[in-house]
Design a protein around this ligand. Structure first.
Ligand SMILES: C[S@@+](CC[C@H](N)C(=O)[O-])C[C@H]1O[C@@H](n2cnc3c(N)ncnc32)[C@H](O)[C@@H]1O
Length: 207
């Protein structure tokens, strides 16, 4: 089963208060470091149910949200319709395989998606081609973990990333680091105990 179909199966249960909280923290940290304004055109890769984009939408001109899972995108579409949000365009698309015609983005965001990709450095290099000169890319994902974060590791290609991974990505792509920090931690119950899974956010600029 492909990853899109796998996310289709969990789409209706995906939105929980902790995901909303995590998305708020990611956006707050992006807004602290990137000079986002109402002229910004934003691309979100692996947008899912839109938890990130719905929070960001009032601050920018428009958001293009891409995901492989029709089920996740249906939840997203229902929410933007209910909330009357008009500046988000949603496409079921794999930009790494199919490309995308617009290449004038001020900001690309990808949250909790890179650990599903075979080659994140190659992915970042591909995404760089969609940024304007001076545009930003923000990647939020799991810090290196022991493989216990997901209860099923099918479609999990990496057990998180550390500072060295990110340094390598930036060296390979020529993107310049703006910021890297641990911004959040997800608590899960594992073997009867609480376990923390830190989340990093790295922001880079295309010079
Ligand atoms: C864990 S969810 C994250 C959703 C959202 N960004 C968030 O922070 O809640 C990962 C999403 O990435 C999508 N995805 C994985 N690989 C993808 C790809 N190559 N292109 C587009 N979406 C992808 C999945 O379908 C899924 O909806």
């Amino acid at each position: 089963m492909d990853i899109g179909k796998r996310f289709d199966q969990v789409a209706d249960k995906y939105d929980t208060s902790d995901k909303f909280e995590r998305s708020k923290i990611i956006i707050k940290n992006i807004l602290d470091k990137v000079p986002v304004n109402k002229s910004f055109k934003v691309l979100d890769i692996g947008a899912g149910t839109g938890t990130i984009d719905i929070i960001l939408s009032p601050f920018v001109k428009e958001i293009i949200a891409l995901d492989l899972s029709e089920g996740m995108l249906n939840v997203f579409k229902k929410k933007i319709k209910e909330q009357g949000i008009r500046n988000i365009r949603i496409y079921k698309k794999d930009i790494f395989r199919d490309g995308f015609p617009e290449k004038d983005f001020d900001l690309i965001i990808t949250a909790m998606t890179f650990h599903h990709l075979d080659d994140p450095a190659e992915a970042l290099n591909h995404l760089k081609g969609y940024l304007k000169k001076g545009g930003y890319i923000a990647v939020a994902d799991l810090y290196k973990e022991d493989g216990s974060f997901h209860s099923d590791n099918t479609d999990v290609k990496h057990f998180g990333f550390d500072e060295n991974d990110i340094k390598t990505w930036l060296e390979k792509t020529g993107l310049k680091k703006v910021d890297y920090r641990i911004i959040h931690s997800i608590t899960k119950e594992r073997e009867g105990k609480k376990k923390e899974y830190p989340i990093f956010l790295t922001i880079a600029i295309k010079k």
